[in-house]
Design a protein around this ligand. Structure first.
Ligand code: HEM
Length: 411
């Protein structure tokens, strides 16, 4: 198999249900140049080192046209500045610090901590609302509405507007997938339109919260005055859009992948039912074993970087395949085994370094509550399709539907 064809196979939809054998193949060349300019890195230590390397930029303005979609142009056309996931320090740090004053962790677990009871309530209501136990689509009935309700409440987006940004979030998530050798113009146009519409929607909401502040994060960020100053309206718009999308398309996959993995490992499911505390190490192992973000595609080198015997030239685009790094046998013992008792579990599921996932404390808590409650309340749950149908996305990978059945639902 040629290197280029290996990459294409990984992106091909028919391999979405199990890309792991292809990742094993990919790791034989830890730093692979696909010939289109992108360098694909698939081994744990190399990915970690690049995630911490200040010569690696996340700033879309450093991306050359050849290296990926022209995000700078995209952002100019939509008049939205890049959010902090696409900025380097010190601009990144200032915006992340400001956003954190309202969110909490790691400095102060306030908002996420306060939400624990509320999260349990949302989970209970969703489980109570499950229709027939003969066929439950876990995605539609549970894993999707749960984190979406949470992120809406956190930010202060009215729940009735959710269906509007559902479409925008899906479009923007799809636009993350690399398209080697293909013309992405049409797809970028659709993504721009979604970004503009989401921006306009949020601008109206922010305006409203400035006039009439509530307890939510959007109100707090709109009225924030701290050591880093205040956010401009444009910065606030980009930050809110980032949180909304990031809180939308990732946790749903963690919960769905989690239930799928538990149903494939009934001993672990039984243990979780008896001991909800197992959910803590179990969610970490899931983030290693089936990470919702499979690869981090948006990096550019600011200098020549030598790694694993390869010199990645300045200006190259990097894809860091964290899902392959998480199964690297040089880092994890027996990596293809799902083992919640694993002690050494520093996975790359939330990235690492300055851009490591901002929402990790929330996502962990959501997944822990969701999986332990599903394990406790669903009596004799079983998969109706294995493998289930997957979403098209290669970057944000997860089942589109997860049909299951159970005998009963406990109160
Ligand atoms: C299981 C769920 C989640 C996973 C697997 C996940 C994964 C990730 C990963 C891999 C990154 C690093 C991206 C990079 O290095 O370029 C990241 C960044 C980020 N995530 Fe998450 N995420 C999840 C949930 C959330 C939630 C719920 C939120 C919002 C509340 C969130 C907000 C963010 C933000 C704002 C960043 C950018 C951080 C920065 O640039 O400093 N994520 N996430």
């Amino acid at each position: 198999m040629t290197q280029g064809s290996l990459l294409r196979q990984i992106l091909e939809y028919e391999n979405r249900h199990d890309p792991y054998p292809l990742y094993a193949e990919l790791r034989k060349t830890p730093v692979l140049n696909d010939g289109d300019g992108a360098y694909v890195v698939s081994t744990y230590h190399e990915i970690l080192s690049l995630l911490h390397d200040p010569r690696v930029s996340s700033d879309a303005r450093n991306m050359t046209r050849a290296a990926g979609p022209d995000l700078q142009q995209q952002e100019e056309e939509t008049a939205l500045p890049p959010s902090f996931i696409r900025l380097d320090p010190p601009e990144h740090d200032r915006l992340r610090r400001m956003t954190n004053t309202s969110f909490g962790p790691p400095h102060e677990p306030r908002r996420v901590h306060e939400m624990r009871g509320e999260l349990g309530g949302i989970v209970s209501d969703l489980i109570a609302g499950i229709g027939s136990t003969d066929r439950i689509d876990l995605v539609e009935e549970f894993s999707y509405p749960f984190p979406v309700t949470v992120i809406c409440r956190l930010l202060g987006v009215p729940r009735e507007d959710e269906s509007r940004f559902h479409g925008w979030a899906d479009t923007l998530a799809a636009s993350l997938d690399p398209m080697p050798g293909e013309d992405a113009t049409e797809r970028n146009k659709i993504a721009q339109k979604a970004r503009t519409e989401l921006g306009m929607y949020l601008a109206g909401l922010i305006e409203e919260r400035r006039r009439n502040p509530q307890e939510d994060m959007l109100s707090e960020l709109a009225t924030l005055k701290g050591p880093d100053g205040s956010m401009t309206t444009m910065e606030l718009l980009s930050t809110a859009a980032l949180l909304l999308i990031a809180g939308h398309e990732t946790t749903v996959n963690l919960i769905t992948n989690g239930m799928l993995t538990l149903l494939r490992n009934p001993d672990v499911l039984r243990r979780l039912r008896e001991d909800p505390g197992l959910s803590v190490p179990l969610v970490e192992e899931l983030l290693r074993f089936e990470p919702p973000v499979q690869l981090v595609p948006n990096r550019t080198t600011l200098a020549d970087i030598e790694i694993a015997g390869v010199t990645i030239p300045k200006g190259a685009s990097l894809w860091l395949v964290v899902a392959a790094g998480n199964r690297d046998p040089l880092r994890f013992k027996d990596p293809d085994r799902f083992d919640p008792d694993r002690e050494d579990i520093e996975h790359l599921g939330f990235g690492s370094g300055v851009h490591s996932c901002f929402g990790a404390p929330l996502a962990r808590q959501e997944a822990q509550i969701a999986l332990s409650e599903l394990a406790r309340r669903l009596v004799n749950p079983r998969l109706l399709e294995d493998p289930p149908e997957y979403r098209r996305n290669a970057v944000l990978r997860g089942p589109r539907h997860l049909p299951i059945a159970c005998d009963d639902i406990m109160p």
